[in-house]
Design a protein around this ligand. Structure first.
Ligand code: NAD
Length: 458
């Protein structure tokens, strides 16, 4: 029977339930820290691939870690929750909490099922630690569920430890987080998690122990703040566009103020992915249930500003091409951000699909997102390369800022397209360089040299 001193004298064995972007990374990173880890998923194909060292998604540095720890024997995968219950001393819950169909609220059925299953399967005293992003109130409700379904001779401590990793930097963010937040009413859970994260703690990483509710709210507050910052600059880009100002200069200038900071002030087609959009909607839904709709009403506007950016790109395409029907449009990027293959709620893929729906001859290319994009929208034309996508294009839309697109040579690309017209949906290209190569350059919220030659002086 484990107690708090057992947790630190013998190494606890870990399980990670749910092996998607969060869970597979967490499992491999914990193995890297020296723990024996078992990854568990209900998707047999995913478990099969992970067991063979094949990562089912793109994440830099993770394939190497996966292969390494399948070899060291510290990492293994299973679909059997019973095996996990017999194996683990600390069980991390990393299953999805997607938006419910047709509603803003989070679908908690996966998290409920995973917690219930592992609590029921646990054969010895253990700690269950939620990492998924959940609406406030979930952890306390699940702790009561655990008490109801666990075996009578087993004691289970419960904690919520939200995850802040960024796709594209997930391994580094897991091994070296900028803070650790744990919501719990159990000293044993705190001791166990301090032990698991001792490597980061020894380097001075802040460890914030709090109640369940605060820990749940920290995660959604962080995402709401980031989403608001992006929509803030995008709202200003609507104004700079109207009056002929330059949003990048504005962002640089306000970003010099240390209270504001420059990060997350990049105007463009807005945010997407499996977290920010659904998390701000779930937060609004949850505060609505609490009778506090007005407190988060501004998030509705944050969401609307974000979605308007997609409309804006489509409007610009229509006006540049005098209607998009049968026009060849090269779409560069389908993932919601570079260095990921994640196309969940991706602005780029949404714009591509809508232009296709409006009759455009859309040619799509993304360095890593083609397979996921084709699963979602099989009817788009997927090009083999950047060169293939832009060949003969009437318009080029840069919608995800992959390094390959940022580094494009305007002279080389200019020799391939039908018309040298580009919309820089991420504000990452050098306007002077592109216009000097005779491109008609457009960016959201940013003037071109032709519109105002004074930009050359800056
Ligand atoms: P994902 O869809 O990639 O992975 C979820 C996995 O859980 C899937 O493999 C699914 O098969 C599995 N699963 C579902 N029910 C299960 C069950 N009962 N038992 C075992 N496995 C089960 O999702 P994700 O992006 O990894 O996100 C997971 C959670 O982490 C979400 O709450 C998300 O908001 C949060 N989060 C994600 C990120 C990110 O960057 N992806 C960052 C921080 C937090």
């Amino acid at each position: 029977m484990k107690n708090s001193s057992d947790m630190t004298t013998s190494r606890p064995r870990l399980t990670v339930i749910g092996t998607g972007y969060l869970g597979a990374t967490h499992a491999a990173a914990m193995a890297e820290l020296g723990f024996e880890v078992m990854g568990v998923d209900v998707d047999p194909d995913k478990i099969d691939r992970l067991s063979q060292g094949i990562l089912p998604f793109h994440e830099p540095e993770l394939p190497e870690l996966l292969t390494k720890h399948l070899s060291t024997g510290r990492l293994r995968f299973t679909t059997s929750i019973e095996e996990a219950g017999a194996f683990g001393d600390i069980h991390f819950i990393a299953v999805g909490t997607p938006q419910k169909d047709g509603e803003g609220a989070a679908d908690l059925s996966y998290v409920d099922a995973a917690v219930e299953a592992i609590a029921n399967a646990a054969t010895h005293n253990c700690v269950i630690v939620g990492k998924s992003t959940v609406p406030v109130g979930t952890a306390r409700r699940l702790q009561a569920l655990v008490e109801k379904v666990k075996k009578t001779n087993v004691e289970i401590s419960f904690a919520w430890n939200p995850e802040f990793l960024r796709e594209g930097f997930a391994v580094q963010d897991t091994l070296a987080p900028d803070r650790l937040v744990v919501g719990t009413n159990s000293d044993l859970a705190i001791t166990a998690l301090r032990f698991v994260y001792q490597d980061a703690l020894s380097r001075g990483t802040p460890f914030i122990a709090t109640d369940f509710e605060t820990s749940e709210l920290v995660k959604v507050a962080a995402n709401a703040f980031l989403a608001t910052k992006i929509s803030f600059i995008n709202a200003f880009s609507e104004v700079t566009e109207k009056v002929g100002g330059d949003i990048r200069t504005l962002a640089d200038a306000i970003g010099h103020d240390a209270r504001i900071g420059r990060r997350f002030l990049n105007a463009g087609v807005g945010f997407g992915g499996g977290c920010l959009p659904k998390d701000i909607r779930a937060l609004q839904a949850r505060v609505g249930e609490l009778g506090l709709d007005h407190t988060m009403a501004f998030l509705h506007e944050v969401d609307s500003i974000n979605l308007r950016r997609r409309e804006r790109v489509i409007d610009v395409a229509h006006s540049l091409l005098n209607g998009v029907n049968e026009k060849k449009i090269a779409i560069l990027g389908t993932t919601f951000k570079p260095n990921s293959d994640d196309v969940r709620d991706s602005p780029a893929l949404d714009i591509a699909a809508r232009l296709y729906g409006q009759g455009a001859d859309v040619r799509v290319f993304d360095p890593k997102g083609m397979e996921n994009s084709a699963k979602r929208f099989p009817r788009l034309t997927y090009s083999r390369s950047l060169v293939d996508a832009v060949e003969g294009a009437d318009l080029v839309l840069l919608l995800t800022e992959w390094e390959e697109f940022r580094k494009m040579d305007p002279n080389h690309i200019g020799g391939l397209v039908g018309s040298k017209v580009i919309v820089d949906g991420r504000n990452v290209l050098d306007v002077v360089e592109w216009e000097s190569a005779d491109w008609q350059y457009h960016a959201l919220g940013r003037k071109s040299i032709h519109a105002n030659p004074s930009i050359l002086a800056t």
